[in-house]
Write a new protein. Structure first.
Length: 155
């Protein structure tokens, strides 16, 4: 059981890593966030700025990614309790990354599974917007991030 639990945690952590990156893809060079569950522009700019610049997203790509991201946030909110939504909103407004904020919510196993499904679908949708070079760059970045996380044990 411990092996499966560890694998599940690793998959969830990888999913959350991509989840944290996706807001930046959608907000790169956009208007300030107006939805209460979206991270602030300054928080977005501080996170993953190098990979976003390297992807060189076109205006069309940004316009396609934006509704994917909005749908993802809406679906995640449907999974959370009111208390969790409030805490998530507070954490995001304080500048916390989305993945970190979700980890702080004490999600139950069912919520984690549902959120992982939502994020994986969203990730697939975003990847379909990227060209082959951008997908390759993003996949390499995510692999590197995953490796650095697995080499640094979490408390």
């Amino acid at each position: 059981m411990a092996i499966h639990s560890g694998r599940y945690t690793s998959i969830f952590a990888s999913t959350i890593a991509l989840l944290t990156l996706l807001p930046n893809l959608a907000l790169a060079e956009t208007k300030p966030a107006t939805h209460p569950m979206q991270p602030t522009q300054s928080a977005v700019a501080q996170t993953h700025s190098s990979i976003i610049g390297q992807l060189n997203l076109s205006t069309d790509q940004k316009n396609k990614i934006r509704p994917i991201r909005a749908s993802r946030i809406h679906q995640i909110n449907q999974v959370l309790t009111q208390e969790q939504r409030t805490k998530l909103q507070t954490e995001l407004k304080s500048g916390m990354k989305l993945g970190e904020a979700l980890k702080s919510l004490n999600l139950n196993a069912d919520q984690k599974k549902k959120i992982m499904t939502i994020v994986q679908k969203s990730n697939q949708d975003v990847m379909s917007v990227l060209n082959q070079k951008q997908r390759t760059q993003l996949e390499a970045y995510l692999k590197q991030q995953h490796q650095s996380r697995t080499q640094t044990p979490l408390e």
